[in-house]
Write a new protein. Sequence first.
Length: 161
Amino acid sequence: MTGKYRVITLCGSTRFKEQFFEAQKQLTLAGNIVISVGLFGHSGDDEVWTEGTKEMLDDMHKRKIDMADAIYVINVGGYIGSSTRSEIEYAHATGKEVMYLEEPGAAAELSEPDRPISAPSSSTSRPAGRTTTKPTNAAPSAKPSTAASSARTASTTSSKK
């Protein structure tokens, strides 16, 4: 928290640029300080792909997670790539709340178009992070799916830091 405001870092594939902007807008209007990505490599910011830049940006994003109370995962269609999965694991390991745009597992989660990644099993012990599908003080997304919408109200795991 910074003063009375929660700090939330957005995570997700940069192919979902418009969804990042919408989430940032909604979370900000709900009274949160929102930290986002600096470049959208999968949406035209080609500077990301110069030598050493992607690695630097990935490390910087973990520092943004360090500064936050929670992360909000932009997982359109259930998509979670390898960088985002790493950020989710890091957030759990550092005791951050993890929130999702869509209920995890609601659709196929892929790291690359042809390589599925299975969701972590519920029997896996997790560090002190919490997982929810909607920020506690955020307005609902503009177009929630029916399954995700009903899951938002009921799905919060209770392990807190």
